[in-house]
Ligand binder design. Structure first.
Ligand code: RRO
Length: 296
């Protein structure tokens, strides 16, 4: 029989959450109203769509395509930049984490400064697989991961660093984030991927390649969390293909102290309530007893 967890406030990465289940960046994260709705529907915390130093319209479509076991996207970081702050008053006092991106440590610091007082933490997007000069372009290099993390953590706010699986040594990136002052590491962002239409004889996505999310990447995410837990001491937040309470427990056993859920919301908007109902019980065990237990 699978264990049940004790319910109650969760402290992770410098933040207090209502439970272990967090809305991942990019899903329903562009308006304050949609983020508030996810909190009302059982999310323990929510991460915004990634916000950058300049407004961006995103890549030319098609930007999203369903594939076996998941979703392939190349949205291209669409966001209103600093104007996103207008969405936040609705969420005052709520566990909201701002996902931010920049092309340098200085840009990360500037964008973090806009939101520092308005959110409980920032999550550095060092991992989007299809954004030239942003995301994984920086996040695949541990030196730049360290620089960007240090620039933001020096502002004195909790910093979560979201890593890319598209590297040979994710632990090196995790250690760089930790040395830069990260409060938590989030693993993983989407896996670089593409599909080609045999009828059209051309790539399906407007950007040609993009990032794969959903159930298909769950084993990759588990392996990345496992590798990070072996190397790092800061809490790890597991992300990638989680759709059931069983997936949450597996992620925790690999080393995750909490999880983020993104693509699962598309198939089931009630996913936070449904997983919570299966995961928690009044006589459940503390999550600490499970986190990393697969390493023993
Ligand atoms: O906007 C996107 O295309 C996007 C982002 Br910012 C990200 O971090 N990961 C992803 O798969 N898509």
């Amino acid at each position: 029989m699978l264990p049940r967890l004790r319910s109650g406030t969760v402290h992770v990465g410098g933040v207090s959450l209502d439970n272990h289940l967090i809305l991942a960046a990019g899903i329903l994260g562009t308006t304050g109203a949609s983020l508030a709705r996810m909190l009302e529907n059982g999310a323990g915390g929510v991460v915004t769509k990634s916000i950058g130093p300049y407004p961006c319209e995103g890549h030319t479509g098609p930007c999203v395509v369903e594939v076996d076991g998941g979703v392939l996207n190349a949205m291209g970081l669409p966001n209103p930049s600093r104007d996103f702050a207008d969405e936040l008053p609705l969420l005052e006092g709520k566990p909201v984490i701002a996902s931010i991106y920049g092309g340098s440590a200085e840009e990360f610091s500037t964008v973090a400064g806009w939101f520092a007082e308005k959110v409980v933490a920032v999550e550095l997007n060092l991992s989007c697989p299809h954004a030239a000069g942003y995301g994984a372009s920086l996040g695949a290099d541990p030196r730049l991961v360290g620089e960007c993390t240090r620039a933001v953590s020096s502002l004195g706010i909790p910093v979560w660093v979201k890593l890319t699986p598209n590297v040979t040594d994710i632990a090196a990136c995790g250690l760089a984030a930790e040395r830069g002052g990260a409060s938590a590491i989030v693993a993983i962002n989407t896996v670089k991927a593409m599909r080609i239409s045999p009828e059209l004889r051309r790539p399906v996505l407007g950007n040609r390649f993009g990032g794969l999310s959903g159930k298909a990447i769950f084993p990759i995410a588990v392996r990345c969390v496992y590798d990070l837990y072996e190397a790092c001491t800061v809490p790890i937040i597991g992300c990638g293909g989680i759709a059931t309470a069983r997936d949450v427990l597996e992620m925790m056993m690999a080393g995750a102290a909490a999880v983020e859920i993104g693509t699962g919301v598309k198939d089931n908007p009630r996913i936070f309530r449904d997983i919570g109902a299966d995961l928690y019980s009044a006589d459940g065990i503390p999550a600490d007893e499970l986190v990393g237990c697969a390493h023993d």
